[in-house]
Every structure is written in structure tokens, then in C-alpha cells.
Write a protein of this length. Sequence first.
Length: 533
Amino acid sequence: MRSGDAEPLIAAVHEAGRRLLRTWPGPHGGRPTVPTHIKPDGTLVTEADRDCEEILVGALLRVVPDAVVISEEDEDSHHRAAETLWFVDPLDGTRQYLIGSSDFAILVSAWTDGNPCWSIMSFPVDGLMGIADGPAIHIVPNASPLSQRLVHAVYCDPPGLRDRLPAGIGYAIDHFESTRAMFDVASGQAAGAVVLMCGHQAWDIAAPIHLIAASGGIVTDEFGQPVRLRAPSVTARYLVAADQPDLHALLLSALPNLPKPRSQQPQAAETDDAMSTEPFLTPVANDWANRFFDDGFELTFRALGKYESTRDDLDNLLLLLRLNPGARILDVPCGFGRHAGLLAEAGFSVVGIDLSEHQIALARAKWPEVTFDVRDMRNPPNGPFDAVLSLWSSFGFLETRDEDVRTLVSWRDRLVPGGSLVLELTTLERAQHENRRSDEAVSTKSVVNNGVREDAWYDWEAQISHVRYSRPGWSRECRTRMYSREQLAAVLAEAGFVDIRMMGDFRGGPLNPANRTIVIATTPNDSKEGTSE
């Protein structure tokens, strides 16, 4: 960058930082004071993002009038191409910003022919800033070296890495923003970082990569190759950074054995479905099901106490349904078989289906006498069944309401006349009761329970919830449609169910906005049709 051109950009970054601080809820996570929306890809965007984008891009175009800018919040810019690209992320870490964490940043970075030229990173709350101009770097303020520096493992926990680190180097597992971990490597506050790419785009990593390289550190992909950015998409599955070559080599060696990329693979493509980093995959895809419902899933939700009432819930449900041993039951989706297995032990004829191969393998191993199949919930096996159970918020994963209705129809068609469908789920009423403040369009929540962190954001207009669960070495996200009770009754009636009953627990208790909702609906059988709560 020409002498004198950097000052207006640095001033713009300071201005954007002041803008962010005006609506930052503060360290105690008070209510955000900035309107927030959910983008089509499931990520959050605030008016603060857009205000800062206007400040930064405006200043950049005044300094470099012909600059080709690719900004996170400007979707039209994502298809631009040029020898030199400016990547702009006006608010990196929107979720952290909204919950009052200081772990958010402003990132601007210029790359020519896939290599970094000029970059800036700013953390407004902490007053930290790093600027890289070619091979030169300037960190403000200069920090004193720590007595023990860390290696950060972000969204991952490479097996055995902790025990292999040299003496004097600590280890930390991080589940949220990777930007600060990489900045700490560049500023000498961390020895290294291993970052699993989870939906990262060029604007997330361009500036951190440049600062680490300018500081004399090493930063590569999982194969030890330099990262070249010529488009928004990122093909690297890991970023590996270290301040010393020996440590970098050690971090690389700790990664899982990954297949080498195909020769001539284009930078903008990512074709390995098993390692896809789309932020919110449709949960009817096998790759999503197998990644989300893995060993970590069961351990995480067991830690949250989600399975403790399983036997009591089933005993009470059987009383409500008045089913006798020998009745045929479909459990969809069945997970690792905690309901299906107990029902089989009680003398029922049970079939369990789930899209997760891993969960089905666990179920078969524990209850070999039960029929478990890897199968899409929209295509259940032929019945007839006396009851279909879909428990624990498994309804609402699909992309559209029409898909939900078609799925309900397919379940109805597998039931005998007068057969029962049981749903257990969180309705819109409960979600709003627990999470919505006033008439806000989007609500956020961040809680920690027994070592598990839950970050959630709710789009009330779209009636969609997005939740990330994190614990050491494991972090996953899911998306669910939230139905109101009235809407739920409507889709069930549209699918051909009758006698639709809703209750507040498996004992048949009254509805309560603080409780999950149990729904029992039946197929027509010469009895009077109706809907009741």
C-alpha cells in the first residue's frame, strides 16, 4: 500500500469499532440494543454489521477507488474476481458480540494473486490492533510475553496432542471464535493454534493468516501447504499455525489422517461431502446426521441429563396409549434406541429407524433382538403399526412445512385405523416463554450446564431456532422449525389425523408454557373427529 493510504483505513477501523461499542450489550450479556436478523445461511447479522461495512468499504473505496471488495454482508460481492481482492468482515463474531463477549473483531485484508499484501485486525473492547504491511507487522499495544504460552485447539481436540506438547506450553480447547486464537499467535501471546474450519470463509481468515506470517510464524492447511485466497470459499479443512517450525510440524502430525486433495482441485470448490463446512446443513442429509449424532452427541446430552426420565416417560406414555404387549410400534427417528430397546424389553414389537449410521450401530449392539434400520424419516418401512413415536424434538428438522406435512402423511399411512402418533417437542410458545424479551425479532441465549455450552438464536418471524452445543473436543449445530400449538394441530389435521390431543407431560398433565408439549393424534376409525387441548 502506498505511503499515507493506510491512515484513512486505520481511522475507519477505529470509527467502526466505536460504532460497535455503542450497541454492545457489555460483559454481563445484557439485552442487545441493535436489531438482529438471521441470514439464509443461518448466520446472524445485525445493523451494526451493516453500519460498519458502510464505514469500512466507503473508506476503502476513497483510498483505492478501483478496489474489488468482497464483504461478508454484501452477497452480491461474493462472485467478484480480480487479481487483487479486499476481504472485509465488519463484525467477526456476531454471536459473541450479542451475548456480551469481547471476543469479536473487525477484519480487513488485501490479497494479490492468492498472497496477502495488507491486513488489519481490531478488537474494539480490548483495544487491540494488529497491522501487517507485506512482511512487516505492528501490534498495538505491545504485550509482554506470557510465562506459559498456549496452543489453542479451536472446534477440535486432536488425539494425544495435549500430551505431546513441549514443556512450558499449555493447551486450551476453544469452541467459539478462532480469530482471537490466531491473533494471539501473531502477537506472541500463544505458541500455536489448530483450527477446524467450520463454515469459515476468506474474510474470516485472510487477515489472521497475514499477521501470523508477518510475525515470522508458520501457518498452513492440514497438509502443510500455504493457504491461497482467490475467492470467498476456503478448501482448507484445518488451519495450523505456530511460532516455531518444530511446533508446527508437531501440530500437523497430530491431525487425523485426511485424504489428499485431488490434483488441480479448484480453489473455489469443496467436494468432500464428509468434511463439508456448510453452517447449517439440512438435517435429512446423511453427512449431517452422521456428524451430529456421533459419540460426542450421546455424551453431551447425557451430561445434560436428557435421558434420565426415559423409563418413567415410556411407562406413563403406555398408560395414555393403552397399548398391550405385542403391539407394533415404529420409533422414528430412534437414535441409539433408548426408547425402542425399552419397549422391546416390555414385550412390544418394535422397529426403529434413523438416518445416522452411527446411532443405528449403537442401537443394534445394545438391543440385537430389535429391528433397527438406517432410513430417512420421510420413507418409513411398511406397517401396519399400532403406534408411531417421534420423541424428543425430532419433528421440525425438515426444510419446509410441506415436507413436514408429507412426512406426517407417510406416518399416517403406516398406522392401522385408529392407530396413534405421538410427538414430543418444544413448541413456539415454550421457546418464546423461555427466550423472547418483549417484541424483539431475534433472541439469543448462551448458557453453560455441567460443562456443556449452549448458544442459541431464535428467528421469531421465520419460527426457526439455531442451536450450537459445545463441550471439550466436540461442537455441533442444528436447525429446527418451531410450530405453535395451533399450527401443529393444523398440520396434523392437514395430514389426515383426528382426535388431536395436547398435554404438558407424559402423565397427561395440563399444558404449561414452561414445559415441552406431548401430542397424541390418531388415524380415522369411525369415531368422532376433533381437536382438543
